[in-house]
Write a protein that binds this ligand. Structure first.
Ligand code: TYM
Length: 331
């Protein structure tokens, strides 16, 4: 079976971008592949969370993974920091990752721009750690959203470079994966760009949001004063809302509002209400499960422990090979 790896940073609750870009594919892949799904708590350290926040955020992602339907009997679910082999391989891989290529990463440049006071080395080598997450299990398929495409390219570069340097075929090439034709980018509610946690209050709809909060957020989404011509090209904020509707609503509903827009009869109030109600229907079962699973600490610790054991077993196998290839030998 082909090996699949993916993870989500533990920086808060999961939103619809995480769901449709990543988790939705995780769930579908479980039956077909040998899957490793983890919580990227090491990656979250770049923003210096307090110990209490760190733990709570890891727990929350674990709860939401399970609530969405990732099944610990089918997939290996683990916390990244429970697998110290990842940190060791990260050290080795850092020796062959170069400043120039790391500085050119768009996500690095974005983070430097957003937070010029916190340009730490961990941020710079973030793509190396991400590559290690993947290659330590020799994965070939990585279900992620569009924003991670460049990181996958870097993972291939680093893996291939190691193979070439030591003249071994150790790491296969990993590729970003989605069941849809293209990698997914879920837009946010602020009229510009993708849904994300750091893009400002109200931009993201979380799986754990109550119906009232979802209605409020969507009703505040940016629109304009309406179409001024028949069949006109949609401006970005409107196109984003249509993209969201395409994801959460039925095709009939989408076509109905699209025709209304094209004939200049659309009422944005009704349009947004429909999007909100469909988001509520979609997230309701997950919200319920989140409540249920949150109360069961025993189950959570069992899942994390069992996952860590399975993930370490796989990681140790690769690391043993790496150490031999590099030339570490007992006297
Ligand atoms: P992160 O935590 O930012 O996001 C987790 C996953 O959600 C997807 N995603 C989206 N997809 C579509 N539209 C959106 N608006 C949207 N927002 C987020 C992301 O593409 C991602 O799949 N570096 C990674 C975490 C990571 C990882 C890995 C992933 C660390 N190691 C190894 C795969 C394999 C990240 O920061 O994702």
């Amino acid at each position: 079976k082909e090996i699949v790896v993916s993870g989500i940073r533990s920086t808060g609750n999961l939103h619809l971008g995480n769901y449709f870009g990543a988790v939705n594919n995780f769930i579908k892949m479980q039956d077909e592949y040998n899957c490793y799904f983890f919580i990227a708590d090491l990656h979250s350290l770049t923003t210096h969370p307090t110990p209490a926040d760190l733990h709570n955020n890891v727990k929350q992602v674990l709860i939401e993974y399970l609530a969405c339907g990732i099944d610990p009997e089918k997939s290996t679910i683990y916390v990244q920091s429970d697998v110290p082999e990842i940190s060791e391989l990260y050290l080795y891989m850092n020796m062959n990752a170069y400043l120039g290529e790391l500085e050119r990463s768009t996500s690095f440049k974005d983070k430097v721009r957003a937070n010029p006071d916190n340009v730490n080395a961990g941020l710079l080598t973030y793509p190396v750690l991400m590559a290690v997450d993947i290659i330590i299990h020799k994965a070939t398929k990585v279900p992620v959203g569009k924003d991670q495409e460049q990181h996958l390219e870097m993972a291939r570069t680093f893996g291939n470079r190691f193979n070439r340097l030591y003249n071994h075929d150790l790491f296969p090439e990993p590729y970003a994966f989605s069941y849809s034709d293209n990698l997914i980018k879920v837009p946010g509610l602020d009229g510009k760009g993708k849904m994300g946690k750091s893009e400002g209050e109200g931009n993201a709809v979380f799986l754990s949001d109550s119906p009232e909060i979802i209605r409020k957020k969507v009703s505040r989404a940016v629109t304009d004063s309406g179409p001024t011509q028949l069949n006109q090209l949609k401006p970005e904020p409107i196109q984003n809302l249509f993209d969201l509707m395409k994801i959460v609503s039925s095709e009939e509903t989408y076509n109905f509002f699209n025709e209304q827009y094209n004939s200049m009869n659309i009422r944005y109030g009704d349009f947004k209400k429909q999007i909100a109600e469909d988001m509520i229907i979609l997230t309701a079962p997950m919200r319920e499960k989140i409540q249920e699973i949150s109360a069961d600490s025993l189950y959570l610790s069992k899942v994390a422990k069992q996952g860590a054991e399975k993930a370490r077993e796989s990681a140790q196998k690769t690391l043993k090979e790496v150490r031999e290839i590099i030339g570490f030998k007992p006297f």
